[in-house]
Design a protein around this ligand. Structure first.
Ligand SMILES: C[S@@+](CC[C@H](N)C(=O)[O-])C[C@H]1O[C@@H](n2cnc3c(N)ncnc32)[C@H](O)[C@@H]1O
Length: 300
C-alpha cells in the first residue's frame, strides 16, 4: 500500500525530467527543419551552387552542435565534478570549525545544507535552546543538529524522511555517532492532501499531539522534483504544532518556486517575520508568532 501511494509521485518526477530533456530535442528539430527548408529554397534558386551552400550550412550546423555538446559535457560533467569536489572540501572544512565529531562525518554533497546553513542551525540551537526540533528531510544536518543539542544538554530532533534508504542511512549515522538520544528519523510516506493549495500530496504526519510544541522547524524536504510547490504545505499543516515564537528555517530559497512559497507564507501568516534580512539568499530564518492572528486560526 505504501509503495502504491509512492508510485504517482515518481511518475510526476519522471515527467518533469522528460519535459526538461524534450526542450533540447525541440530546439534540434527546429534547427534541422530550418536547414531543410533553406536548402530546398537554395536548391530551387541556385541549382548546383545552392546544393553546395546547403552542404556548407550542414557542416556549420553539425560543427556548432558538436561544440555545444562538448561545452555541455565540459560544464555539466567535468566542471560540475570539479566544483563539487572543491565545494565538498570547503564545506567539510567549515563544518569542522564548529562541530567536533567523535567519528568522521558523512561526506558532504550538494543535496545537503550548506556550511553557512549548518552553522546557522548550530548557533540557533545554542541561542534559542529548543526542546523540540523538527526537520523535514534528513541527512548530515540531522547529525549536526543532534551534536548541537548534545552540546546544549537538552532537546531532540525529529526528522521526517519519505525515502526509506536515506532515512536508514541517517539513522545509522546517528547510531555511529552515539546521538540516538538527541535525534530520531521517522520514515514518513506521502499521502493525499486535502488542503486546497494545488499540491496533491505531502508527508503523512506521525501523531504529533503527544509531542512538545516545535520550537525550531527546519524545512529541507520533500525534494522539489516531486512538485514545484511541495514545500508550501509545511506551514499551513505544521502551524498548529509550532510553539509561539518558534523559529522556522527554510533552505533553497534562491530557487524560484521556493521563493514564491516563501512570499505566499509571508502574505498568509501575518505573525511570520524574516529574521535574517541581510543574510544568505539561499536560506531564510523566520520567526513565527501567534499574535497577530495567523491565517487559518479560528476566528471567535
Ligand atoms: C535536501 S535533502 C535533505 C538534506 C538534509 N537536510 C541535509 O542537509 O543533510 C531532501 C531529501 O533528499 C533525500 N536525500 C538525502 N540525502 C541525499 C543524497 N545524498 N542524495 C540524494 N537525495 C538525498 C532524502 O530523502 C531527503 O529527505
Amino acid at each position: 500500500m505504501r509503495l502504491l501511494l509512492h508510485y504517482p509521485y515518481w511518475r510526476q518526477r519522471l515527467r518533469n525530467r522528460i519535459a526538461r530533456g524534450l526542450r533540447h530535442y525541440i530546439y534540434a528539430i527546429g534547427l534541422w527543419s530550418a536547414w531543410a527548408i533553406v536548402s530546398i529554397i537554395l536548391l530551387d534558386l541556385f541549382g548546383q551552387n545552392g546544393l553546395f551552400i546547403s552542404m556548407i550550412l550542414f557542416g556549420g550546423i553539425a560543427l556548432a552542435s558538436l561544440v555545444y555538446l562538448a561545452q555541455w559535457l565540459r560544464i555539466v560533467v567535468l566542471r560540475d565534478r570539479q566544483w563539487e569536489e572543491g565545494a565538498k572540501r570547503e564545506t567539510e572544512h567549515l563544518i569542522h570549525e564548529f562541530v567536533s565529531p567523535r567519528r568522521p562525518l558523512p561526506p558532504w554533497n550538494d543535496y545537503m545544507a550548506s556550511a553557512e546553513l549548518m552553522r546557522c542551525l548550530w548557533q540557533l540551537i545554542h541561542e534559542e535552546r529548543p526542546t523540540h526540533v523538527m526537520e523535514l528531510g534528513s541527512g548530515l544536518s540531522t547529525v549536526v543538529m543532534a551534536y548541537a543539542l548534545e552540546a546544549c544538554g537538552n532537546g531532540s530532533v525529529t526528522s521526517l524522511d519519505d525515502h526509506a534508504g536515506y532515512a536508514a542511512r541517517t539513522r545509522s549515522q546517528l547510531r555511529e555517532h552515539g546521538l540516538d538520544e538527541y535525534a530520531k528519523v521517522v520514515l514518513t510516506r506521502f499521502s493525499r492532501l486535502e488542503l486546497d493549495c494545488g499540491v496533491p500530496f505531502w508527508y503523512a504526519l506521525p501523531d504529533l499531539c503527544a509531542e512538545p510544541p516545535i520550537d525550531l522547524l527546519f524545512i529541507d524536504g520533500p525534494m522539489r522534483d516531486y512538485h514545484p510547490r511541495i514545500r508550501y504545505p509545511a506551514l499551513p499543516i505544521l502551524q498548529e504544532y509550532l510553539a509561539d515564537n518558534a523559529i522556522v528555517v527554510v533552505d533553497d530559497c534562491h530557487k524560484i518556486d521556493n521563493s514564491y512559497v516563501l512570499q505566499d507564507w509571508l502574505a498568509e501568516f501575518p505573525g511570520l517575520q524574516i529574521e535574517n534580512e541581510d543574510g544568505f539568499p539561499r536560506f531564510t530564518v523566520l520567526r513565527f508568532s501567534r499574535s497577530p492572528l495567523n491565517a487559518g486560526d479560528d476566528v471567535p
